[in-house]
Design a protein around this ligand. Structure first.
Ligand code: NAP
Length: 247
């Protein structure tokens, strides 16, 4: 599972699943660019990861929904480390509501961060990876992108779209040594799910054969495999990490 000396860029990595992915890739020997819309949390996470795993890191404030911001983020990565070999499109938000009551702005914002953000980052990074004829792109989708979910029309549409983007990027870049896969987490214990009521959490747990929420590390381990040398023949796939909730 060699990751040694690769340059990895993880979006939304100031906390939660993205932070665990950044930790895991650094632990595997990557130099890591920690990007987050909250620049202070990106810088703090980068500093902590650098110390913990004795590797080079860079914290960058970047909004994935903004093309200029994404361009500057990738330029900063190149200035620091020369390239981007591994891109993890993790940044994501929810703005839940039933379809009839969903505000247009909530639809637009969720699509902009979760789907357009991955498109913008992939476009920038794939150009660099193609030059080196090696690359790994991992998109963090969701179980609901496969199942649908009441109250999440915007989020589900974005995650299902991300799966479509994954398969297209996989086809367009396979001949250049670049793989593109999606990881679809089930319900993972982060700020995003801590916002759910006890009643909803209990109802979710009842649907999970493993009878626990996943941890950010459960997701990070799968991402690290897909980002590694060992996964070179795996592309265009959706890997579900959900304790058996969806099979
Ligand atoms: P989280 O704890 O809310 O972390 C998301 C991170 O993304 C935050 O640091 C957030 O910054 C950042 N972010 C938000 N908007 C951004 C933008 N425009 N540009 C750059 N960064 C941005 O969420 P999480 O649970 O770790 O989720 C990570 C990913 O996994 C998301 O794509 C999510 O959809 C997916 N996922 C999560 C679960 C789950 O159960 N938790 C399940 C399936 C899929 P701020 O702190 O400033 O908001």
């Amino acid at each position: 599972m060699s990751l040694h000396d690769r340059v990895a860029l993880v979006t939304g990595a100031g906390r939660g699943i993205g932070r665990a992915i950044a930790d895991r890739l650094a632990d595997g020997g990557c130099r890591v660019v920690v990007a987050d819309v909250d620049g202070a949390s990106a810088e703090q996470a980068a500093a902590e990861i650098g110390v913990a795993y004795e590797t080079e890191t860079l914290g960058v404030g970047a909004n994935v929904a903004d093309a200029t911001s994404v361009k500057q983020m990738v330029e900063a990565a190149v200035a620091a480390f020369g390239s981007v070999d591994i891109l993890v499109n993790n940044a994501g938000i929810t703005r839940d509501g039933l379809l009839l009551r969903m505000k247009e702005a909530d639809w637009d914002q969720v699509l902009a961060v979760n789907l357009k953000g991955a498109f913008l980052c992939t476009q920038q990074a794939a150009r660099l990876m193609a030059k080196g004829r090696w690359g790994r792109i991992v998109n963090i989708a969701s179980i609901v992108g496969a199942m649908g979910n009441i109250g999440q029309a915007n989020y589900v549409a974005a995650k299902a779209g991300l799966i479509g983007l994954t398969k297209t990027v996989a086809r367009e870049y396979a001949s250049r040594g670049i793989t593109c896969n999606a990881v679809a987490p089930g319900f993972i214990d982060t700020a995003m799910t801590q916002a759910l009521t006890e009643e909803i959490r209990a109802a979710l747990l009842a649907q999970i054969p493993m009878q626990r929420l996943g941890s950010p590390e459960d997701v990070a381990t799968t991402v690290a495999f897909l980002a590694s040398e060992a996964a070179g023949y795996v592309t265009g796939q959706v890997v579900h990490v959900n304790g058996g909730m969806y099979m």
